[in-house]
Write a protein that binds this ligand. Sequence first.
Ligand code: ZN
Length: 242
Amino acid sequence: MSRSRAVAARNVVVAAGAAAMAANLLPSLGCITPLRRRVLPSLAGVSDRHHIALTFDDGPDRRTTPRFLELLENRGVTATFFLLAAHAEREPVLVREMVDAGHELAVHGWAHDCLALRPPGSLRRELLRAREVIEDVSGTEVGWYRPPYGVMTGEGLHAAGRAGLQTVLWSSWGVDWSARATPASIVSTVSRSVRPGGTVLLHDTDRTSAPGSWRRTLAATGALLERWARADVLVGPLREHW
Ligand SMILES: [Zn+2]
């Protein structure tokens, strides 16, 4: 990618972040997704493979994550979990269960702070610490980073790269954090936008979503897996996506 195109692409991401702030910190802006997908396919998790990357954010959560692990095990599917390191540190047994079940772990941050609200200069250190904690607790290496709310800044991209993490957002979501979401709405929202080669964002906890939302996500995940199995589309973690 040329430097001017890279700068333009970065500005798109930063502008999207500013707009998301204006939208009361919604997890991201659906309206910029097609542009993001076209300009930065790897950032949007888009590949050429006949494969859907299944990703869950905001865990681990001992109340809810085990239910997702159980569902995925029953369906023989593994996924990528973007963890908050502060919770991973407190849940070492659960984190190791996730790895033992074959899932891939990634960094969602230390806490769930929006990058655009952070003081400059502190992010690289925090991402390194988050990465180290998740790697220590899990005994595996992590290589992906997804910022909270999908709000990415130029500093965030740079800091993640210097912390050895590649930033991946998503190409489809289920708006499963909303109090208005139902299993059917999550399935139809994902299905409208997802194509083979896409990356799907869901949440295995209601930590930053509407209370109880994880139950609707769990039901929707089961229905989506059935749908993708019928369509003969492979589903798995990001490490198998490219
Ligand atoms: Zn999140």
